[in-house]
Write a protein that binds this ligand. Structure first.
Ligand code: SAM
Length: 225
């Protein structure tokens, strides 16, 4: 498939999967319009890059559904001109980081699988996206050395929201995270007000597990998409 076909499919995705379902932020819609999702999808699934669902990216992991990427990004409510960085936990394909990179001065993203991080880094580089810094490790610890963050987005499901991450939010900044059991979770939106944190439940979702010190323990069986 050539780039023109992907462009048409991407426009359709933005119109039918995002705008029609209530993604209203013009900045988020523009970011979703500008990032070539197909570049982040393995060749064998590339013809499905703009379909309405998640896709496998290797290591038993997924690139999330476009609508969920847009919804989580919109919930962060990143402001133009904000200089503080954004943190993503769960680099995966690098697609969500590329979308965030359109809206933030700097994005830090953490992945536990070195191979996924390496591939994501190459794709971001090839696309000329230079404001994403990739890290390999346990994202449940956050990245204290780069805090405070203007927003934190966790793209894997946690048994509960890691306190470490909340503590790395800037004042009034938001954290978006799927929280709950192994089958289904609630997408939670947290906001910091000084030393207080408020939480709103947004929608039921199903994510692969967040494995780490403040997430699930490695090795326990799971069967999420
Ligand atoms: N944001 C990704 C994208 O745009 O393709 C999708 C992420 S996928 C649904 C979840 C990712 O979180 C997987 O790549 C998984 O390896 C990663 N992950 C799980 N636990 C993690 C942890 N403690 N630290 C960093 N990454 C983690």
């Amino acid at each position: 498939m050539d780039e023109d076909v992907f462009l048409v499919q991407r426009e359709k995705m933005v119109r039918e999967q995002l705008a029609r379902r209530g993604i209203q932020s013009a900045r988020v819609l523009e970011a979703m319009r500008s990032v070539p999702r197909h570049s982040f999808v393995p060749l064998e699934h590339r013809h499905l890059a703009y379909a309405d669902g998640p896709l496998p990216i290797g290591q038993g992991q997924t690139i999330s559904q476009p609508y969920i990427v847009a919804l989580m990004t919109q919930l962060l409510d990143l402001q133009p001109g904000e200089e503080r960085p954004v943190l993503e936990i769960g680099t995966g394909s690098g697609y969500q980081a590329a979308v965030l990179a359109q809206l933030a001065a700097r994005v830090h993203t953490v992945e536990r699988f070195p191979d996924l991080s390496r591939i994501a880094g190459r794709i971001l580089h090839d696309l000329g996206i230079e404001n994403v810094q990739l890290h390999i490790g346990d994202g449940t610890l956050g990245l204290k050395q780069f805090a405070p963050f203007s927003g934190i987005l966790v793209t894997a499901a946690a048994p509960e929201t890691p306190r470490e991450l909340l503590d790395q939010l800037a004042n009034e900044a938001r954290l978006v995270i799927p929280v709950g059991g192994r089958g289904q979770q609630q997408l939670e939106l947290w906001q910091r007000q000084g030393s207080q944190f408020s939480c709103t439940e947004i929608a039921p979702v199903a994510f692969v597990p967040l494995i780490g010190k403040y997430g699930w323990q490695e090795g326990a069986g799971h069967s999420l998409w």
